[in-house]
Design a protein around this ligand. Sequence first.
Ligand code: G16
Length: 543
Amino acid sequence: MSFKTVPTTPIAGQKPGTSGLRKKTAIFRQPGYLENFVQCIFDGTGGATGKTYVLGGDGRFFNADAIHVIIRMAAANGAARLIVGQDGILSTPAVSNLIRKYETDGGIILSASHNPGGEDGDFGVKFNAANGGPAPEKITDAIYARTQKITEFQIAEASACPIDQIGQFSLGATQIDVIDPVQDYEDLMRVLFDFAAIQALFAGGFRICFDAMHAVTGPYAKRILEGTLGAPVGSVINALPSPDFGGGHPDPNPVWAHELVSAMSGPDAPDFGAASDGDGDRNMIMGKDTFVTPSDSLALLTAHAHLAPAYAGNFTGVARSMPTSQAVDRVAERLGIPCFETPTGWKFFGNLLDAGKATLCGEESAGTGSNHIREKDGLWAVLLWLNILARDGRNIVQLQKDHWRSFGRNYYSRHDYEEIPTKAATGLMTALRASLPDLAGKTAGGLIILGADDFSYADPVDGSLTEAQGVRIRFEGGSRVVLRLSGTGTQGATLRVYLERFVPADGDHAMNVQDALSPVLAAAETLAQISHHTGRDKADVIT
Ligand code: G16
């Protein structure tokens, strides 16, 4: 096998965002683009010599080609071993599990998550560290620094590794294990959950619709839900991963998962509905004619996790990203456990999980997970829900109503203004930030402002400080609006406006969500002048 050293020059813009490097697929296919970034992952983490990595992706367009390039580069850089999912397929949570189980030095995941795929869609590369979690900022900063100085990359002339066959292969001195993508993940789920109770639930006629959105969770959900747990065949829809996700947008929310939403409406709807995203780390949960917001899901799971074997008597704390609603805070308070508020980005949960300070973590962006791995995990969330429903006996709609009656309801919605000019978006945020010191005591949208700040996070484990993570404006009565710019878009800027209104336990929990939130939206418009800066009078996507 011959290896070559290819001279190259730095490529601008290879700075990892909220979750790895995400760009248009066409950009990643430019000569040297992927190679430069992968070489910088190796160089920025002390070199690949003698190391073991997990490698896989969500099956989107360019996935298999990129896998072959990375295998050739890892071999040329002296890696000892690669663990690769068959056909280049591995969900993000499955990668996290494999890194931890086989104690590898890290993993490379090819995905742009919930962003559309295909030739004109998006592609992405994420590096996960030896704890199984997304690389923390000190690592992504080191990788980015290398991208600005790179002069050459190493690559094998050719790859003869057949990734479509399970087995052991080699390229030069590098051992390549092509594995079944599902088995290790299923083994882990068996340890965490009461599979017998879930099997009994399905045997009793319980019906589920799981929408894999033509993305990576299809094979996992088919095998575990329909195979092992006995859900009726056909319970998993859109189960075959396709390079362009069936032409869809693999983002599990009521807008993009409309097939699931219509399946869950009407008298003959299944008892439980769920969807997952491109790379399998996000989840969406539904009951008959009912959507459970990710924030409420985190609160409910925290309140009932003791019904699953892995979390019974073994719950140290909970963490949520800052824009996630404060519903879980009330549960944590009642349980007498700490609740941490972190910046957006799963990587910020890593230290809390490693230090045993948090057991469950969640984000408004449809991510929920636990200390079982270091990523959010879509199918895990579905299984925890099923475990709870099987052991509790109530249906999901009743469980949610009872929860609000006990804790109060945090009405919640996110309004996204997409692809706005970057200058307009930063102009809005700069003006808003400048206004913060004078807001306390003022009124907006009929709501009295208690306080406002630009969120900064001092990590309680390593003391690192992360600043300017989004503007929080708190109103009297527990309501709130948060504004920040997305870190995962690939075109222009996306302004996210997170609206939250708290209604106490004895209040009205049956309002239309957008109606309930209209005073908070009015306040956001007054304070941030959204239409003035963006030229839009309403959000593009409301979830
Ligand atoms: C990523 C991160 C999440 C984050 C989400 C949205 O998710 O892992 O922590 O909440 O992006 O980020 P933003 O609001 O900056 O667009 P995923 O599923 O895309 O990897």
